[in-house]
Design a protein around this ligand. Structure first.
Ligand SMILES: [Ca+2]
Length: 471
């Protein structure tokens, strides 16, 4: 009888974690934090017709899939720094891949650090904070020792660096290469991450854990075991529609230089190879996620573990002639985001409300019942895990810096408005897209007189966003 009562009490407390934050006396949920590098929402669960992602799809069936989730900066380090500190890029000062946020914010408490301070075992496997251009890059300047009890990085084996492949630009762009590698998953860093994660879960002690897995694929260079390339026959891949007429696009909208020149030389064969290599990376990472989910189930941890899964920013696969990130178009700003948490009500549902990666910090803190720092720029979206259609944010924000030109973009449920300003603050370009009629952002309406009022209203949101972020 006594046992029965205790069980009911625990169940009650577990349900409370979603609504009010868990009391510290309750069993605290673990957190599994899965970051995927450069992953756009080309996943089966997002309705993509070609990507094969059965494991991420089954994660979506356990959680809420966010259909309008946006990064704050579509480049690795600024995006990750923002979401891991809970601050927008203007606050972190990290607007490139070389700035460590501790220079400006030595005392900021990062998300894993918060868990660590509250008695969690915090581990990072792979790329969570930004770390050089490849997984083999051993520079440590971006690492953050305060955040982790354990941080590990992985390298491909000699076998994993062999196989069939080539550079798609004749060597002009060093990163733009693929390799259908020999060996198996564990010959690649991402396979080793899954292996290490499972070992860590099996050997965990009584401490609750914050386990962060930073999968590197589908980031370039596009190396993955050959079997994942074989999932995507070249002749079956659909190329993006021709985008040669971009006359309404401001010059700053795409980064220029060597990248564009090299992409302009791509043949259809090379475009298909690029797509195959990207999707091979997506399916490779999907398989690693599956192994970790299986281990959670086997170890009976699934019901006591919060899972957050996301891409650090989006990616263009040839749309607008661009094969990369670092734009303020929907393709680069929008990310996949799936959250599954103990006690949540909306399992297997999707939410079309606007959320941002900067919201992950307060969301995870609330789910674990941890007191969030006073200064966070995001808002916990825990209510959407129970009622995914509730009224929510009116607008979300993404920014980039191109030399002295600053781009800021605001997204509402219907519109995207982007402004480019020079160092004197003068507007040097503007873009307005109506997502109700033009989800691919083909037609820039910024200078269309019929939409002047909409433009003015959206432009007014940008200074407000800047004020929130300290400028
Ligand atoms: Ca990235």
């Amino acid at each position: 009888m006594r046992q029965t009562i205790i069980l009911i009490l625990l169940t009650g407390l577990s349900a409370l974690t979603v609504n009010t934050g868990a009391p510290h006396t309750a069993r605290r949920p673990n957190a599994l934090f899965i970051a995927v590098d450069d992953l756009r929402p080309d996943l089966g669960c997002y309705g993509h017709p070609q990507a094969l992602t059965p494991n991420i799809d089954r994660l979506a069936a356990r959680g809420v899939r966010f259909d309008r989730a946006y990064c704050q900066y579509p480049v690795c380090n600024p995006s990750r720094t923002s979401l891991l500190t809970g601050l927008r890029p203007d606050h972190t000062g990290a607007l490139d891949n070389h700035t460590n946020f501790r220079a400006k914010l030595p005392d900021v408490v990062t998300l894993p650090q918060l868990f660590r301070q509250r008695g969690y075992f915090a581990a990072s496997l792979g790329k969570i904070f930004h770390r050089g251009l490849t997984m083999e890059d051993q520079r440590v300047e971006m690492d953050d020792r305060l955040s982790w009890d354990e941080a590990r990085y992985f390298k491909a084996t000699a076998l994993g660096n062999q196989g069939e492949g080539r550079n798609l630009t004749g060597g002009r762009l060093e990163w733009c290469r693929w390799l259908a590698a020999e060996g198996d998953d564990e010959d690649q860093p991402d396979g080793q991450i899954a292996q290490a994660a499972i070992k860590l879960l099996e050997q965990r002690g009584n401490q609750p854990f914050f386990l962060a897995l930073g999968f590197h694929k589908p980031h370039d260079p596009f190396n993955a075991p050959k079997k994942y390339f074989d999932l995507y026959p070249l002749d079956k891949l659909k190329l993006p529609p021709d985008t040669t007429d971009r006359s309404l696009e401001p010059p700053a909208a795409l980064p220029g230089g060597a990248f564009r020149e090299a992409f302009a030389r791509f043949t259809d064969q090379e475009r298909r190879e690029f797509m195959r290599a990207y999707y091979a990376g997506v399916s490779f990472t999907d398989a690693q996620v599956g192994k970790v989910l299986d281990a959670l189930d086997r170890l009976k941890l699934a019901d006591s573990t919060i899972i957050v899964f996301f891409g650090d920013h989006g990616y263009h696969l040839g749309e607008r002639g661009w094969w990369n990130k670092n734009t303020l178009f929907e393709l680069s700003a929008r990310v996949p985001l799936i959250v599954a948490a103990p006690g949540m009500k909306a399992r297997g549902k999707s939410s079309a409300r606007l959320v941002e990666l900067v919201d992950i910090y307060p969301t995870l803190a609330e789910l674990a019942g941890l007191p969030a720092p006073a200064r966070l720029d995001g808002r916990s979206f825990v209510p959407l895990l129970n009622a995914p259609h509730s009224a929510w944010k009116r607008a979300v924000f993404t920014q980039v810096q191109r030399g002295k030109t600053a781009g800021r973009s605001v997204r509402t449920e219907r519109w995207r408005y982007t402004e480019w300003r020079d160092e004197r603050g003068a507007v040097v370009g503007a873009e307005l897209y109506d997502h109700r009629a033009d989800a691919s952002e083909w037609k820039n309406l910024a200078n269309d007189a019929r939409h002047a009022t909409v433009r003015r209203k959206l432009a007014a949101l940008l200074p407000k966003a800047a004020a929130v972020t300290g400028k």
